[in-house]
Design a protein. Structure first.
Length: 528
């Protein structure tokens, strides 16, 4: 059987492989026929060399060329929508409609178009000009970026089409995509369109490159290679931390999205008012996509009492009435079983579910567990084990003081949510707990489940460790996400004609916001 080629230096070529692998169809639990390479360091080295050359060429290209690529790429994805959606469905088991065709693919093309607009408009680079000292600075390309895509978003977070890719390209960097082994065929289809769009926009041949799979050792060697500017990674904590250790040792930036249990606190007044409605919202959020979202609500904290017990019963009924849906693969199912076992060994008792279901398809029973506040405080690390799937843990706190102690032991998370009464009955409790939760999460929500992540300039899809590696950055939200893949360039007494266009006296677009002598303006320097 022929092995699929890798994309290096603008050409699809035979890999230098140490082995091969095949993806699985989670719906049938069977292997798919296409065979993909496990590349050796030779492929990585060739991609890095080509990317280093492309980075130099890209620095000389106008932002309009980069924007043209992103816009054309979005159009080509839409033109080949049916083929891409069909392949993504086969490899992940995610529904073609609405999930892939009507939600994730439009989100993907929207991100690419937003990134194109940011590249042209230029304000993302924070151009700053001090006319008295003639010192000027702005953010500019970091250098080649390696993007490691996750398994749960085959389009919107794909290494060669997702948010990290769009941000890195819009900031002016070439990208080496490392495909997720769960959906290599989807990634190849996207790469074909990316290469075609790059050629149409006349970008350097190695602006986009694709390697399917490499060893852990070569991944660590990749992120610390001197030719690489930085990396973006979304995936498991253990693999991400190994990459981070390698990158940190070499002084290379790496932006990680690792794990998050996204605590939801439901105060007594809210339960008294609308327990059924909140139970519906929680069930919808936790079971959406079989819970395979980084913002899945995996921890619910309640104050002990009859309202809490009633709420737990309502959620149990809903979990048992919903048929479990297909997981992304057998590996996800096995990891979910291990996580549930860890939670139970740490003292959590099973309310419902708790085990894999016979395939096909690959599924896990909708699962709820519970633990009291004392047990949680006795083993907070193990009881915050991420169960990536349709699983959640209730923590029942004796009183508000216990709840505050629990919050103080939470790890960093992407999101945290507080449900409170609409009549102000929970306001005092809210004021006591919100500051403690605020420090533990990147995005704080009120009366809303965390699953949705809007592609908005105001969005923060990040948070304190271990949710991410850097709490000051976001993986979603343009233009801020671009600055992860940029470095600050400063020019001191440099002649104007030698400056980048964003720092010259004339505003190159007429609408870029620049900080000139302490004031944000769209005017030219001479017009201040």
């Amino acid at each position: 059987m022929a092995t699929q080629p890798v994309l290096i230096a603008g050409q699809w070529r035979a890999p230098r492989a140490a082995g091969t692998f095949r993806a699985h169809n989670p719906t049938t639990a069977e292997q798919l026929p296409q065979q993909y390479p496990i590349s050796t360091w030779d492929d990585c080295d060739a991609a890095l060399a080509a990317a280093a050359e492309a980075a130099v060429a890209l620095r000389a290209m106008p932002a309009s060329s980069i924007a043209a690529f992103l816009q054309r790429y979005a159009e080509r994805i839409e033109t080949h929508k049916n083929q891409i959606v069909e392949m993504a469905h086969l490899e992940t088991g995610l529904p073609k409609s609405p999930r892939l065709a009507d939600v994730e693919l439009p989100r993907t093309t929207n991100q690419l178009r937003q990134a194109a607009e940011a590249a042209i408009e230029g304000s993302w680079a924070l151009p700053t000009i001090d006319t008295r000292l003639n010192i000027r600075s702005c953010y500019a390309p970091l250098g080649p970026v390696c993007v490691f895509g996750p398994n749960n978003f085959p389009l919107a977070f794909n290494g060669i089409a997702g948010g990290d890719f769009a941000a890195a390209i819009a900031a002016g960097n070439p990208v080496i995509a490392k495909a997720n082994p769960g959906h290599p065929g989807t990634t190849r289809l996207l790469a074909e369109q990316a290469l075609a769009a790059a050629r149409e926009a006349q970008l350097p041949p190695a602006t986009v490159q694709l390697i399917y799979r490499i060893s852990h050792e070569d991944g660590q060697r990749m992120v610390c290679d001197p030719r690489l500017g930085g990396s973006g990674y979304t995936g498991s904590r253990s693999a991400g931390l190994a990459l981070k250790a390698a990158a940190d040792a070499a002084g290379k930036p790496i932006y990680l999205e690792l794990s998050s249990i996204n605590p939801v606190l439901i105060l007594p007044g809210a339960l008294q008012q609308r327990a059924g409605k909140i139970a519906d919202e929680f069930t919808d959020s936790c079971l959406l996509g079989s819970g395979q979202f980084c913002t899945n609500p995996g921890l619910v904290i309640l104050l002990a009492g009859e309202p809490a017990e009633r709420f737990v019963g309502l959620v149990k009924q809903r979990f048992e009435s919903r048929p479990p849906t297909t997981l992304l693969g057998s590996g996800v199912c096995q990891a979910l079983a291990r996580s549930v076992a860890t939670l139970r060994a740490a003292g959590a008792s099973l309310i419902t579910g708790g085990q894999p279901l016979p395939p096909p398809p690959i599924r896990f029973a909708n699962t709820l567990l519970r633990v009291d506040g004392d047990q949680f405080l006795a083993s907070p690390e193990k009881l915050q084990t991420e169960a990536f799937g349709n699983v959640s843990l209730f923590v029942i706190a004796t009183d508000l003081q216990y709840l505050e102690l629990i919050l103080d032991r939470l790890e960093g998370n992407l999101t945290g949510c507080i449900y409170s009464a609409t009549d102000g009955a929970d306001d005092a409790a809210y004021e006591a707990i919100a500051p403690r939760l605020r420090w533990r999460v990147g995005r704080l929500l009120n009366d809303k489940m965390p699953t949705g992540v809007a592609v908005s300039p105001a969005m923060n899809h990040g948070g304190p460790y271990p949710a991410t590696g850097h709490p000051g950055f976001t993986a979603v939200g343009i233009p801020a996400s671009l600055r992860r893949f940029a470095m600050l360039h400063c020019y001191d007494n440099v002649k104007e004609h030698r400056l980048p266009p964003l720092l010259r006296n004339k505003n190159p677009t007429g609408r870029t916001w620049r900080l000139i002598d302490g004031a944000w303006t769209q005017k030219d320097v001479d017009a201040q």
